[in-house]
Ligand binder design. Structure first.
Ligand code: AKG
Ligand code: FE2
Length: 308
């Protein structure tokens, strides 16, 4: 392992195990709070569903161009249906399928999203096939249950009421299935184009799974060094998002991350963004930014026009 590799199961970055005793879980959480990221154990069934969903998405991406064209968002929304990116020379960088929590505004309303936020769902989901829809929805249910378990453990460790941290149903979790294409002929070292630029997620928590070429996801350390993630293939990477950072007054730092181009083969991933009920306040539970009155939904409405 070279310097800068994230040795996921060492003490460098915490291993959060859903089944750990409270004292151990708290110790790991606080050790990793400044990283904005952890490896997650205890969610193996969900991780297995992620693997199956990655493969099903990969088959879709490898399939007919006309099927993909038919799966583009009719209104051109970049977080719905199939999208792809290419580099300046027209070579493919990635294929993605982005799925929002509710299929459209009517489904959001029926699912309990308050009227003031249903505009976030005005661009409908586009599903390439009933099979991929059924599998992805089963996977998403499992992701939501896993995030709720994890948030219950985090609430316990921080000594806050679970409802204060994640305010229950309906969650507004969205999912992105991505396949990164290999990019050969790039010189070694920094300065190469990234397959996905550095950013922090807006979510409360994000669960990431990956398969294919490993070691392409990187997390920024507190000292600004980019560390390479090599998660155990049976585990998720958990990232704390900007909502977690705000809600905990910075105690859980949002993890800055990016994706390097695969060199030899493809890399598949699922990015699962857990958003709590949209009426959850974003202000800190610990008083540091208590003056903030915005809700999660208001932040999202302001940030992305009208859609998640
Ligand atoms: O593909 C990945 O592993 C991460 C992608 C990502 O950061 C995102 O979709 O927000
Ligand atoms: Fe991300």
């Amino acid at each position: 392992m070279t310097r800068g590799d994230w040795a996921m199961t060492t003490s460098v970055v915490p291993l959060l195990d859903l089944h750990d005793a409270p004292a151990r879980f708290r110790e790991q959480l606080l050790a990793g709070a400044s990283w904005g990221a952890a490896e997650l154990a205890g969610a193996e069934q969900c991780r297995e569903l992620a693997r199956r969903t990655e493969l099903a998405a990969s088959e879709f991406f490898a399939g007919d161009e006309s099927e993909k064209a038919a799966s583009v968002s009719p209104s051109g929304h970049r977080n719905r249906g199939w999208t792809s990116a290419a580099d300046d020379d027209g070579r493919p960088v990635y294929d993605r399928l982005s799925i929002a929590r509710f299929d459209d505004a009517a489904a959001a309303s029926a699912g309990g999203v308050p009227a003031e936020y249903t505009g976030l769902y005005e661009h409908p989901n586009v599903w390439p096939s009933p099979e991929l829809k059924a599998l992805t929805e089963r996977f998403r249910d499992s992701v939501v249950r896993t995030c709720e378990q994890l948030l219950a453990r985090i609430s316990e460790a921080l000594g806050v009421k679970p409802d204060d941290l994640f305010a229950g149903a309906p969650d507004n979790t969205n999912i992105t299935l991505t396949e990164y294409h290999p990019r050969t002929g790039l010189p070694a070292g920094d300065g190469n184009p990234l397959s996905f630029p550095e950013h922090k997620d807006r979510s409360l928590l994000s669960l990431l799974s990956e398969s294919g070429e490993p070691g392409r996801l990187q997390i920024e350390s507190l000292t600004g060094e980019w560390l390479t993630c090599r998660p155990d293939p049976a585990r998720f990477v958990v990232l704390f998002g900007l909502t977690a950072e705000k809600r905990t007054g910075g105690l859980l730092r949002a993890g800055n991350h990016r994706v390097l181009p695969p060199r030899t083969g493809r890399r598949r991933s699922t990015s699962n963004f857990y958003f709590p009920h949209l009426a959850t306040p974003t202000g800190s539970l610990f008083g540091e930014v208590a003056a903030e009155r915005e809700t999660v939904g208001q932040v999202l409405l302001a940030a992305r026009g009208r859609s998640l």
